[in-house]
Write a protein that binds this ligand. Sequence first.
Ligand code: AMP
Length: 482
Amino acid sequence: MSFKSLGLSAELLRAVAEQGYSEPTPIQTQAIPVILEGRDIMAGAQTGTGKTAGFTLPLLQRLSAQPPAKNGRRIRALVLTPTRELAAQVAESVEVYGKYLPLRSTVVFGGVKINPQTTKLRNGVDVLVATPGRLLDHVGQRTVDLSHVEILVLDEADRMLDMGFIRDIRRVLAVLPKKRQNLLFSATFSDEIKQLADGLLTSPVLIEVARRNKTSETVAQVVHPVDRERKRELLSFLIGSQNWKQVLVFTRTKHGADRLARQLNLDGITSAAIHGNKAQGTRTRALADFKQGTVRVLVATDIAARGLDIDQLPHVVNFELPNVPEDYVHRIGRTGRAGNQGQAASLVCIDERKLLMDIERVTKQPIPQIVIEGYEPNPSIKAEPIPNGRGARGRNQPSAAPGGQQRRAHHGSSRPEAGGNRPSNRGSARPAHGNQAARAHGQSKQSPGAGAGNTGRGGPAKADVAGSRRPQRSRRQRHNPA
Ligand code: AMP
């Protein structure tokens, strides 16, 4: 199958060829002809499947088939995304694919000045990419006119609902023309998504390229059972001993992300944290540094990481498991893209036993467990409740409304990520000596037989903290640095 056979114009084919794409991905093969026909679609596709080109290419083709109105350009296509990063990436794709077409586009999102956006909007654009909050700010200030929108794209609709954007989406829908083409992309199809789709789409064509909750086969997954206080040490050890060059690490909270990035830097591993409390410029710079390789580890919360377009990411680490199993699927979807083998390692402490079981139930596969020598969980440590998970009420959070729809406090820079600190009597038990730990363990790894008896704790140090009823085929397996 070639892009040409999908019915795309010469200008688009040229732009696609410049990107080096030889053939369309499955979502592109299925979505492009249907969108070109003007049909509504409901597509199940995650980031990494090529979905952005899947809607951008036919959208641009449809717009370019009709010249802009004589009395000025009007916004004819609106793409809504949940995060600023995704908005920026989609806008970049629109620019790249539309390079040879006489169409204009721009992007609006919060966290940056509104005036330059207003100027661009006033100059006239055909395609607008936006996050819902900032778009509504523009609607409120009458600096955007959405009354001529012909095509609406809701990208990562499930995440928009997760983030409490449903009311904002409905407000946007209320100012759009009734007659339009609607393209809904979602990684999962919850009842809430189906409800949204029912009210939004007209006779949609259903497209699903990756089954719901299916983890990618090109991702090697592993769980490393470890005590909660030793996760950072273990992470430094894994990165150092295996010489991981580009690692995306997920934490549950913004504060956790900041703290971990700080600690890793102290360990001599260049790291940056990316989350909703960071200024947009800082987030963009951190991502650029990570892509270039000057920052080795990017520590991110789920929401900030959503939509990050990082090709061929070799390593994803769940420093803490997500509370929502589907987030696990999204997280590890960052690696192993486009046929490249990726590694997803989860550092799992005794507190997270249930979360791990939930993940394995949803993904319908047990994840192999490997206890790293020197980091064997201490069986005397008891499980503790996990503070400040998603849906929990952190100190900085507004109380959650039923259905989680009020997690977003207000438009603009605030992001509904779980806030609050972990109790301070937790993180301080061990000094930051990850490099020493990495060296010490790196040496012990060389000597066969070291490890089991040298934890200094005595007793059955190889307990499988992450679920004793599950198959334990690999728990004594030595870590293979290959
Ligand atoms: P997306 O799922 O839209 O975030 O796209 C994931 C990545 O796949 C992006 O880096 C795209 O540039 C890339 N991509 C999109 N379409 C193709 C294609 N047909 N062949 C190879 N790579 C592609």
